[in-house]
Design a protein around this ligand. Structure first.
Ligand code: MTE
Ligand code: MO
Length: 520
């Protein structure tokens, strides 16, 4: 059996050697194709050495080089489902590398965080939001891009099933979602003990034809906490437009302009810093944080509460119930926010994080942090506040949660350990498990309250869930992290899943999943 880690490990070595990258990775994207020749890499030689170091087999991802991938080697896993050559990462082990040269305006995604790599999930959050905003539907483009590409067609024997799968109802789905589903291996509830028994009687002792193993009814000893991130580089950086000039403005030239108050004022950075300061931990979560994503973090911030700015400006006139953040790049999803809600949430204009000034990418000189609100409502490179009587742009929790794949950040979870698929452990070893769960703390249109109530963990593809209650005194605006360890009783290939359960009656539809192997 070849584990994913081994395959990916092999690929990483190739990438480190700098061979083969343009041909393999960029070759599939028209945008960076020229670099294959410009870089001067001797492609045929590179390809030869690449082949030599992949154990004499064809390319990882080559559909005719049947491979069981993360599954134990068997006729079904290798010949029938060819699990090792399917999904984006089988040809693009580093998807961020694949897209990073597209401009910021096209893909404002920074480096992956927490040691994660980009997966299909990092793309589909935005690319499923084709109705109004977010990224375009890319199905037509991605199909054409691949099917008109020589590398995909000839070197990879590429076809529909590199990327797609058929579920038990015969629907065409994405392999990268299907590989974590309870339908995997041909039984709709494969994790169910009755199904496992049926399979075991036919010789599939792990309980699934594919060789996947299950652990039903987990009873782990789980600890929860609400920490800030230890490593400040784990705070994601993302922008929708070009980084504006205000990101590097000299402190003495910067002005923070406040209008719509009883006594409108302009503040220099020094004057802002002279107002009463507040330090607090804040959880920031992009609404499009992918399933198992890294666009979420909890960090220490210092700044001035919006309430204290209002006070410094002599209050706001009756009727000015909303506030808009003015930003250096013109980002405008932080306009017409409900002032009372922001004050209650201790929203502030932050000019420091981790004990030092903000960096250009993170919104220098000032960012408005809006605890409990999705990160699109935060304004980086903030240059002022406009208080007004415009109507509030509205709480939209329910409509957001109804786009569960696109707006996963409203109710989300992810793994820090194991951080990705493919880790191997020895039987008897206690496997450390760590991750986060978060629910956007907003009122919905009906005034319903939403915050994280429980974290649920499964090792049988969702047939049974262990639920962990979030303590009632936890801050609903912060993420909750969990930590535990698990010692499986049998060797096998397991799937661990975690999901968030909201106090307002919703639960995360697509859990965050990781596949790991336990060897004898
Ligand atoms: N001025 C400005 N503010 C912005 C954005 C932006 O593009 N421009 N993006 C928003 C979104 S969608 C996110 S997720 C966060 C990203 O913040 P970070 O890069 O500091 O983590 O900033 C928010 N505020
Ligand atoms: Mo975002």
């Amino acid at each position: 059996m070849k584990s994913l880690q081994k395959r990916f490990g092999g690929m990483r070595t190739l990438l480190a050697l700098g061979v083969f990258v343009p041909v393999l990775l960029c070759g599939l994207l028209a945008g960076c194709q020229p670099s294959a020749t410009e870089s001067g890499v001797d492609a045929p030689a590179a390809e030869e050495s690449a082949l030599a170091s992949t154990e004499g087999a064809g390319l990882p991802g080559d559909f005719e080089n049947n491979d069981a991938g993360f599954l134990p080697d068997s006729f079904y896993a290798t010949e029938c489902i060819n699990a090792g050559n399917r999904g984006c990462n089988s040809c693009h082990p580093d998807l961020h590398e694949t897209i990073k040269d597209l401009s910021i305006l096209e893909h404002g995604l920074g480096e992956p965080r927490y040691g994660k790599s980009y997966t299909y999930m990092d793309c589909i959050t935005c690319h499923s939001m084709k109705r109004s905003f977010g990224a375009m539907g890319f199905a037509d483009a991605i199909h054409t891009l691949h099917l008109s590409n020589e590398t995909f067609n000839d070197d990879y024997s590429g076809n529909c099933w590199n990327c797609h799968a058929l579920n038990s109802d015969g629907d065409i789905v994405m392999w990268d979602e299907y590989k974590y589903s309870s339908d995997f291996g041909g039984y709709i509830n494969s994790g169910d003990p009755t199904t496992q028994y049926w399979n075991a009687r036919r010789g599939y002792t792990s309980g699934n034809m594919s060789g996947l193993s299950y652990a039903n009814n987990l009873a782990l000893d789980v600890e929860v906490s609400q920490p800030t991130i230890e490593n400040e580089d784990d705070l994601y950086v993302l922008q929708n437009y070009e980084v504006p000039d205000t990101a590097t403005i000299a402190a003495e030239d910067y002005r923070f302009v406040v209008t719509g108050t009883n006594n409108d004022r302009e503040f220099t950075l020094e004057e802002l810093k002279a107002l009463p300061a507040t330090e607090q931990q804040i959880t920031q979560c992009c609404l499009t944080n992918p399933i198992n994503g890294g666009f979420v973090a909890s960090w220490p911030a210092k700044g001035v509460l919006i309430e204290d700015i209002v006070e410094a400006c002599g209050g706001v006139p009756e009727g000015n119930g909303t506030v808009s953040v003015v930003t250096g790049d013109g980002w405008d999803l932080c306009r017409n926010l409900n002032l009372a809600e922001l004050i209650k949430g201790k929203a502030m204009v932050a000019y420091e994080f981790f004990g030092h000034e903000l960096t250009p990418g993170w919104g220098y000189p000032a960012v408005t942090v809006m605890p409990g609100q999705g990160a699109p409502r935060w304004g980086k490179w903030a240059t002022g506040l406009e208080f007004s009587s415009e109507p509030d742009s509205g709480g939209n929790w329910v409509s957001v949660a109804k786009m569960p794949r696109a707006m996963q950040g409203a109710i989300c979870s992810g793994w820090f350990d194991p951080v990705a698929d493919g880790n191997e452990y020895k039987l008897g070893e206690a496997i450390p498990l760590r991750g986060y769960a978060y629910v956007l703390n907003q009122l919905d249109d009906q005034g319903g309250d939403h915050h994280l109530a429980q974290i649920a963990i499964s090792a049988d593809r969702g047939a049974t869930w262990q639920t962990i209650d979030v303590p009632a005194d936890y801050d609903p605006m912060q993420w909750t992290c969990f930590e535990t360890s698990w010692t499986p009783e049998k060797p096998g290939v397991y799937t661990l899943q975690v999901k968030s359960i909201d106090a307002g009656g919703y639960e995360q539809i697509y859990p965050a999943s990781v596949i790991l192997t336990v060897t004898e």
